[in-house]
Write a protein that binds this ligand. Structure first.
Ligand SMILES: [Fe+2]
Length: 479
């Protein structure tokens, strides 16, 4: 008796030979099929253009002025059939779908989808993409509460001037503490794409778009979880590196804040603002105003500075006053009025005269509580100040407090500490030159606290408590 090899632990004889050959053929065919299927799947993966850089922003406005939607944004390398978000209130169960639009201002495509009316203060789970190009992993966010659901006890991060380079400490801190805040408000200079030509190998190679991609991919962990509200800084203005100066196409396509306006979608439509340049939004008992300190007011700094003219977005000061009037009318619902813009009004011993002439009277007249900025790459806390005169108290001051938080980390920061720290001015309380970000905690309708956190150590370096008697708004308007 001939013995065939032992297969599956069983001896087989010659009579089994034909069966064995047949089985072997079937196995081979199956393996070929499996291999083909694997190649096909691999091809599909290679062909997929999966979404990257997912980030969200508050959107929508109900009849009470509460943000009742969310815009989800992402990037793909190529065009896709649709821009779709599938979402629902249980992980893995997406009962809702919303579609939006995508556009390419240069080469890659930026998608923006606003989800429609959401239930307030509700956890949602979402995926983005489409069937043809592929779907992202699952993300989650919590929709905004209504003003009467949230009268205090919530926080948000505020900072300016964060890029891809030298921002490791702040990125790490924000990632580790993302759950402790409800939103993130970035006062201009978002990613520093225009400094990318100084990166290794980028002097002549075009790295502007890659720098923006890298920044937003790094931010995705927190920017897909919490509304990431941004405003323009000078580094959003255009691309002025050698690779752009040598290319008319790049110069023109990337002029006048185009990349910044293409990659984000702030709630300007809801608030009567213009693109991502100036807009306002509500969250809890706070009215937030994002102002453009770069263009669109008399003698604004960037009108003529860059390769091609900047600005021309609209009558920002008229919009600002109308928005502040409305905020005062709604002060019972949202007593806090906070403004952020990129450039400080008071810094060291200096006053930004053009900015002061444009907005200081409006801020004072309509009771803005705090003006938050960046641009200078350090921290400076200034007393409530009006017309250059500080009120040295945080107990119901008449003037807005001023906070400069420009040291989150970016290409241009020199070695810390003491980066960009200048001599104190008459309004200066404290300064710091380490990497750092701010955290505002709304305690109730009249009290808030502020922490400045050095992100290298995670330690709170400076803190203050502000009390404002907002019931006096109406009276203040008559002063
Ligand atoms: Fe700046």
């Amino acid at each position: 008796m001939l013995f065939a090899p032992t297969v599956c632990g069983k001896n087989r004889d010659a009579n089994d030979h034909n069966d064995f050959v047949l089985e072997e053929s079937v196995v081979r065919l199956k393996m070929i099929g499996l291999t083909l299927a694997l190649f096909s799947a691999l091809g599909a993966v290679m062909a997929a253009d999966l979404p990257t850089q997912v980030h969200i922003a508050l959107a929508g406005l109900d009849s009470n002025g509460d943000s009742n939607s969310m815009t989800v944004s992402w990037n793909t390398k190529g065009a896709t059939t649709t821009s779709t978000v599938k979402f629902g209130t249980s992980s893995g169960v997406y009962n809702n779908a919303a579609t939006g639009a995508a556009a390419a201002y240069y080469e890659t495509f930026n998608h923006h989808v606003t989800l429609g009316t959401l239930a307030p203060n509700t956890q949602y789970f979402y995926i983005v993409g489409d069937d043809a190009s592929g779907w992202s992993k699952e993300y989650t966010f919590k929709s905004a509460p209504t003003y009467n659901q949230l009268r205090g006890n919530f926080s948000f991060f505020v900072f300016g001037d964060m890029g891809e380079k030298r921002a490791d400490d702040s990125e790490r801190y924000i990632k580790a503490n993302k759950e402790s805040v409800d939103l993130i408000w970035h006062a201009g200079d978002v990613g520093y794409a225009d400094d990318s030509f100084l990166h290794l190998g980028c002097m002549t190679e075009f790295c502007y778009e890659k720098a923006f991609d890298d920044y937003l991919n790094d931010a995705e962990e927190w920017a897909s979880l919490r509304p990431y509200m941004v405003m323009p800084g000078n580094h959003e203005a255009d691309c002025h590196d050698p690779a752009c100066l040598l290319s008319r196409e790049r110069r023109e396509k990337l002029s006048n804040f185009t990349a910044f306006n293409g990659r984000f979608k702030m709630p300007s439509k809801e608030s009567g603002g213009i693109m991502n340049m100036f807009y306002s939004f509500n969250y809890g008992n706070v009215h937030f105003i994002s102002f453009d300190s770069e263009t669109d007011y008399p003698n604004a700094p960037l009108a003529t500075r860059y390769v091609l003219p900047c600005g021309g977005f609209g009558d920002q000061l008229k919009w600002l006053e109308q928005d502040l009037i409305k905020a005062n009318e709604n002060s019972a619902e949202r007593p806090w009025v906070l403004v952020a813009a990129h450039r400080p009004m008071y810094h060291s011993t200096n006053i930004n005269k053009e900015l002061q002439a444009a907005v200081e009277e409006l801020f004072y007249k309509y009771g803005v509580d705090i003006y938050i900025t960046g641009h200078v790459h350090s921290y400076e806390r200034n007393y409530p100040t009006y017309q250059g005169v500080p009120e040295k108290t945080y107990q119901n001051p008449r003037a807005p407090s001023h906070l400069l938080i420009g040291g989150a980390g970016n290409d241009e920061m020199k070695d810390v500490p003491n980066n960009d720290v200048s001599a104190p001015g008459p309004w200066t309380v404290v300064t710091d030159g380490n990497y750092g970000i701010g955290k505002i905690t709304i305690e109730d309708d009249n009290n808030l606290s502020f922490d400045y956190i050095q992100t290298t150590t995670g330690k709170v370096f400076d803190t203050f408590h502000l009390y404002r008697d907002h019931s006096a708004y109406g009276k203040k308007l008559l002063v």
